[in-house]
Design a protein around this ligand. Structure first.
Ligand SMILES: C[S@@+](CC[C@H](N)C(=O)[O-])C[C@H]1O[C@@H](n2cnc3c(N)ncnc32)[C@H](O)[C@@H]1O
Length: 184
């Protein structure tokens, strides 16, 4: 139930997540890949792209499959293009640190308030649809949830959520500078 009693409806599907091929920590499983491929179209920006080849611009700190090796924080500070889609799979806290040995940087980004402000500000101004894989289901001002996929890894592993957020309205004020950003 939303504010003022308005029910916000979205599709919800729960399915087994499957396992990755073991070549790169945290890489999309074939189940996740096929969901992503079934919805993406038009121009696609992929942030934290790791080993994936999906997306026209793929940004990762160091993986050679990316089109751009740099920090996402830097990229979103400079990029002014418009995208039909942004796909993002930021690192989240994983208790087994050995799983992260391949990453240049580790730690959960969704727990980082400064990062959350920056990424949401960027997405509000430059992207029409967001596909966000995380262990939470983030929301962005001006976007509605279109569909959530609950990805069940089995055992005692953390459930992941793939959220499709769709733009409902354009931001009324121009993009803020990093200093002016306030989390909505
Ligand atoms: C969960 S993995 C993504 C894996 C990807 N979905 C795949 O199929 O291979 C997160 C990726 O983010 C990258 N990364 C971590 N911190 C970053 C940052 N600040 N800027 C850019 N990339 C970063 C890591 O190198 C890692 O490849």
């Amino acid at each position: 139930m939303g504010i003022g009693g308005v029910m916000k409806r979205f599709d919800l599907e729960a399915l087994p997540m499957g396992v990755n091929d073991g070549k790169y920590a945290g890489s999309f499983t074939s189940t996740v890949k096929s969901i992503i491929k079934s919805v993406l179209q038009g121009s696609v920006l992929h942030l934290y792209s790791g080993s994936s080849f999906m997306g026209d611009e793929r940004v990762d700190l160091a993986h050679p499959n990316a089109t751009l090796n740099c920090k996402v924080e830097e990229f979103i500070g400079n990029d002014r293009r418009e995208w039909d889609w942004c796909l993002l799979d930021p690192p989240y806290a994983i208790s087994q640190k050995s799983k992260l040995r391949d990453y240049e940087e580790v730690g959960s980004l969704s727990g980082n308030v400064a990062w959350r402000r920056q990424i949401k500000e960027y997405l509000r101004h430059h992207v029409d649809n967001v596909l966000w894989l995380d262990f939470c289901a983030p929301t962005i001002l001006g976007f509605g949830r279109q569909k959530l996929w609950l990805l069940l890894p089995g055992g005692f592993h953390t459930v992941r959520v793939l959220s499709w957020l769709k733009r409902e309205m354009k931001p009324l004020i121009p993009r803020a500078t990093a200093d002016e950003m306030v989390e909505k």
